[in-house]
Design a protein around this ligand. Structure first.
Ligand code: FES
Length: 135
């Protein structure tokens, strides 16, 4: 049973300044969430569209990141300035905003990388040549 027609999870994870992985809060995550919630409220669709904060969605290199269910569409490099278009185009008119989508092939790569890390196989960061810091 789907309780909401659209359920958005906006990463608002915060890491310290200068952290190797960055964080969506430093890319406008909280502002994006606040603007989306304001759009929902203004449109009177609070019972159809839900916007929630999420912790790290493990796609930090694409921050700020959000995902829309039930479609399972991931958006990356989103800025607060993109919110009006996302709301109008995707949430009201069911058309994904292609220019902000994280491509499926990239999402598959991210999943593969996460699986390797789960089994204790560390991916080296190309820039520092040292293992990534834990989340
Ligand atoms: S900090 Fe947002 S996806 Fe990791």
């Amino acid at each position: 049973v789907e309780r909401f027609e659209k359920h958005l999870f906006v990463c608002t994870n915060e890491r310290p300044e200068g952290h190797l992985r960055g964080s969506c809060s430093r890319c406008g995550g909280a502002e994006i969430k606040a603007r989306l919630k304001a759009c929902v409220k203004k449109s009177g669709l609070q019972h159809q569209i839900r916007v929630n904060s999420a912790g790290c969605l493990d796609a930090c290199e694409f921050g700020a990141v959000l995902v829309v269910y039930p479609e399972g569409i991931w958006y990356g490099k989103v800025t607060p300035a993109d919110v009006a278009e996302l709301f109008q185009t995707h949430l009201l008119n069911n058309q994904p905003v292609e220019r902000l989508k994280i491509p499926d092939a990239v999402l598959s790569e991210l999943s593969e990388k996460s699986s390797l890390e789960r089994f204790g196989i560390q991916i080296r960061d190309a820039a520092s040549n040292s293992p990534e810091k834990p989340r």
